[in-house]
Design a protein around this ligand. Structure first.
Ligand SMILES: Nc1nc2c(ncn2[C@@H]2O[C@H](COP(=O)(O)OP(=O)(O)OP(=O)(O)O)[C@@H](O)[C@H]2O)c(=O)[nH]1
Length: 245
């Protein structure tokens, strides 16, 4: 018997958690880790965003960490931040379809396409967001700031196992990140370090509870910085201010 004592929204609406960050910092791997660690405790779904392919979704399905049908891809066909900030409709439809098909889901993880340091999710799409950096991008990245680094709900400094090979001082990088974030949490993570993986698991569980209890207000980390990129026809597109597309 369906539970008719609760309003529709609370029965089908999941905690929507965005994962953004520059190309290759480990967003898909982090989502795979969350699924591996929490699939027994939480009912999970995943939406990936790629520009032209469903590669990230296929990679996650092949990792065998979640029922493959709970992992769906949105092909953005445009620069990744458009689909997570400016026109979130295809992503919202994908999230709502997943929530309906597998109701009730506890958490839907939405992976952004790899972009630059400035891409963050709109609060219209996700309730909270993780921004992922990695040590291989250089120890000074955290100091450079940007909306994701400064205001995402969690900043992850990933692949700490590689720090020794790229000459990065992880505690210093974390300290710099904390200084840029006004007390918001920073997690040094490596999938090879069980203690750090436990820290990630703990954060997701705690945030799930806070969002479920209505104790969290989604925030917009801030507008895009001016940037340019080449579209599929090789034409240079410049976005010179926050709302240029
Ligand atoms: N050494 C190490 N490598 C990692 C770790 N996490 C991810 N990687 C590797 O980093 C590379 C990129 O990881 P992905 O998870 O595909 O990164 P992504 O951010 O999803 O990449 P895009 O979707 O292309 O932006 C892969 O070769 C991963 O195996 C980690 O904790 N330690």
């Amino acid at each position: 018997m369906p539970d008719t004592t609760q309003p529709e929204t609370t029965r089908t609406r999941s905690f929507r958690l965005g994962v953004a960050g520059p190309v290759g910092t480990g967003k898909s791997s982090l989502i795979a880790t969350v699924c591996r660690e929490l699939a027994d405790e939480l009912r999970l779904g995943v939406i990936t965003n790629d520009i032209y392919t469903d590669e990230d979704a296929r990679l996650l399905r092949s990792a065998g960490v979640l029922d493959p049908e709970r992992i769906r891809a949105v092909e953005t066909g445009a620069c990744p931040h458009t689909a997570i900030r400016d026109d979130v409709t295809p992503n919202l439809i994908a999230v709502e379809d997943l929530e309906r098909d597998f109701a009730p889901l506890d958490v839907v993880l939405v992976e952004s396409g790899g972009d630059n340091l400035t891409a963050t999710f709109s609060p219209a799409l996700v309730d909270a967001q993780i921004f992922v950096l990695d040590v291989a991008g250089g120890g000074d990245v955290a100091r450079k700031g940007g909306p994701g680094i400064a205001r995402a709900d969690l900043l992850v400094v990933n692949k700490t196992d590689l720090a020794q090979y790229v000459g990065v001082d992880v505690p210093q990088m974390v300290k710099d990140a904390e200084a840029a974030r006004n007390g918001k949490p920073v997690l040094a993570l490596s999938r090879h370090d069980p203690e750090s993986v436990a820290g990630l698991k703990e954060w997701v569980l705690a945030m799930t509870k806070i969002v479920r209890d209505g104790g969290h207000t989604p925030i917009d980390p801030g507008p895009m910085a001016p940037h340019s990129h080449v579209d599929e026809n090789g034409v240079l597109i410049s976005h010179t201010h926050a709302h240029s597309h």
